[in-house]
Design a protein around this ligand. Structure first.
Ligand code: SF4
Length: 370
């Protein structure tokens, strides 16, 4: 590959419009190119038949069209179509993982197919419970690299099960709000009815550890998709231990910005809370959580901990978990307690890790749950 060429799918629609303007091409040409990329998933410029040959040549001279290469694919043993973990190689040889999580929606006849996408190769935030915490950060993913995780899995799902991806969660490797522009452009592509995905924003969830500047950007854009925050403790000191980056974003300020988010977004904020044995699963922790939720439109998603090599954390016992849930329900809080999916092949929360290369050994936000 010519290293001077750039990946066209790393460019937003506006950036591409700017490039084409310098070539004296009308802006509708960019819409046509985007349509070829995200409605038809073409892999070469010659397939863009409604562009002139000279424009196709010019595009080929300056750009290439990146593609994900599937390296391996594992399924768990949890059912007929069970959780599937996909390992992809990017155009520069780095690797990422994505997970397909089949489930049933509230309407029994409607299956739900959720893809958990990665947004970074590695992660710079060293959450103590996450495999990523020890493994460093390599780079952000481009728009196309985020979108193509869903595109690949949609093809696989359609070929093998005649089904479509229905939901997307930004809960894989990386912190989406540290790569916010490509994530927002990817969401626009997923939800655009002119492209192939047609996934409504209400079926898209972005999960953050609570980076306030990033949440403020979402506020300024009046986003319609759902927001999840990995809380994991409503005790400031403990939260700082679990999520070191949270030291810059105190709980009081986080709560304030979430209230503002409540005002512009109709979906309640999901507070993700992984239960860690003897760490954050005591009565005092449930009380702190109750206090944090006061005045917030939110629901709490309690998650079982999946063992992560290199940490001493353990899963909360079932009786402790039930006590925790009972307390929250008695306070009239909305609580879901879901088992993480895909444990049999390390595709569950905190377990994604591309173990084939040291620099790529990363893990996701622990709060994957749907
Ligand atoms: S939990 Fe999320 S933000 Fe924290 S280190 Fe893991 S991937 Fe990064």
């Amino acid at each position: 590959m010519d290293t001077q060429k750039k990946d066209i799918k790393a460019h937003s629609l506006d950036e591409l419009k700017h490039v084409l303007k310098t070539w004296h091409e009308p802006s509708y040409r960019t819409n046509q190119i985007y349509h070829w990329l995200y409605a038809h998933s073409v892999t070469d410029f010659n397939s863009m038949k409604n562009l002139s040959v000279s424009l196709r040549n010019q595009l080929s001279q300056h750009f290439f069209i990146s593609q994900l290469k599937s390296i391996s694919h594992q399924c768990s043993s949890e059912g007929p179509l069970s959780t599937q973990k996909f390992l992809f190689e990017l155009h520069d040889g780095k690797t990422i993982e994505s997970v397909l999580i089949p489930s049933q929606s509230e309407i029994p006849s409607k299956p739900r197919y959720t893809v958990c996408v990665s947004t970074q190769v590695g992660c710079p935030l060293s959450c103590s419970f996450c495999a990523t915490g020890n493994m460093g950060f390599s780079r952000n993913l481009s728009i196309g690299e985020i979108v193509d995780q869903v595109a690949f899995i949609q093809n696989w799902l359609s070929e093998n099960y005649d089904e479509r991806v229905t939901n997307v969660v930004f809960m894989g490797m990386g912190e989406p709000l540290l790569n916010i522009d490509p994530c927002l452009e990817a969401i626009r592509i997923f939800s655009n009815p002119d492209y192939r995905f047609k996934i409504s924003e209400r079926r898209i969830t972005l999960s953050t550890i609570g980076l306030i500047p990033g949440i403020r950007t979402l506020l300024s854009k009046n986003v319609n998709f759902k927001l999840a925050v990995s809380l994991h403790s409503a005790n400031e000191l403990l939260r700082n231990q679990l999520i070191p980056a949270s030291k810059d974003y105190p709980l009081e300020k986080l709560k304030q910005v979430l209230k503002e988010f409540n005002a512009i977004n109709r979906h309640p904020v999901t507070l993700e809370y992984v239960l860690l044995k003897g760490i954050n699963d005591q009565a005092k922790d449930a009380q702190a959580l109750k206090r944090f939720t006061k005045g917030l439109r939110c629901k709490i998603n309690l998650i079982d901990f999946n063992t992560v090599e290199g940490t001493n954390y353990r899963k909360t016992s079932e009786p402790s978990k039930h006590q925790f849930i009972r307390f929250l329900i008695d306070q009239n809080l909305k609580v879901t307690a879901r088992k993480s999916r895909g444990q049999s092949q390390n595709a569950a929360c905190g377990q994604l890790a591309t173990l084939n290369s040291r620099s790529h050994r990363i893990g996701p936000k622990l709060s994957l749950s749907i």
